[in-house]
Design a protein around this ligand. Sequence first.
Ligand code: DBV
Length: 247
Amino acid sequence: MTLYQPFLDYGISYMKSRLQLEDYPIPSGFESKSALVGKGKNQYEVVTTSYGFQSSKLRQIRAAHVQGGDSLQVLNFVIFPQLNYDLPFFGADLVTLPGGHLIALDMQPLFSNAEYQEKYTQPILPIFQAHQKYLPWGGDFPEEAKPFFSPAFLWTRPQETSIVENRVFAAFKEYLAAYLDFVEQAVAIADSQSLAAIESAQLKYIRYRAEKDPARGMFKRFYGEEWTEEYIHGFLFDLERKLAPAV
Ligand code: DBV
């Protein structure tokens, strides 16, 4: 059992327990991909598996799980709401590299105004504060990424794996539960001005993430450039393609 498998298993089964989920199509060739990397005795296999679901209020619930041994484990789990809801994104980037663990967990906002924060950040601040004590701020991250995070952004670089297995896992469960509470309460938006603002905020977010995906370098090394770009634009951050399908 690898480090993030319990997060993935829990996430999927918890969502299934609260929502009517359907499969979200994964383009062929991207469900599972493996490569042998390194040389001689240091050769090892890196397997990336993908998962996708959707529900009436959630356009895409997707996970990418990278397993390459004790010092290479990644779970990137993101929920993209349908465009007629003002819901934030659920974003978890759980990364273990030879240098250590890097954890990003947030409900990433569409808007940064006070009203939006009141609705979608205020209720989760108690969860954030309870965990932040044990999960200290992880330090520098790109300035340009800041608008995409909420004041309840858990960003930490734990030294010990047990912190990931316990504290981070607990925080992940509580954020996901709180997110599904928001989903349950969310009411469809019909007014065209709000719909346009949501679409534009979603596109801004997705374009940023596709362009700056910190995993791009890793994926290119393992699986090549063509596979990587198709994976990023055709599955991980696919909204632009879905809005303007190729003819
Ligand atoms: N990150 C992804 C996807 C990944 C992934 C789809 C499937 O968005 C993995 C894999 N994240 C990943 C890896 C690293 C990071 C780092 C492999 C390490 C890169 C390296 O050191 O080589 C949050 N993730 C990071 C960092 C941040 C985040 C801030 C460190 C800074 C950096 O290297 O850029 N999550 C990430 C992020 C947003 C987010 C930038 C922006 C909105 O939601």
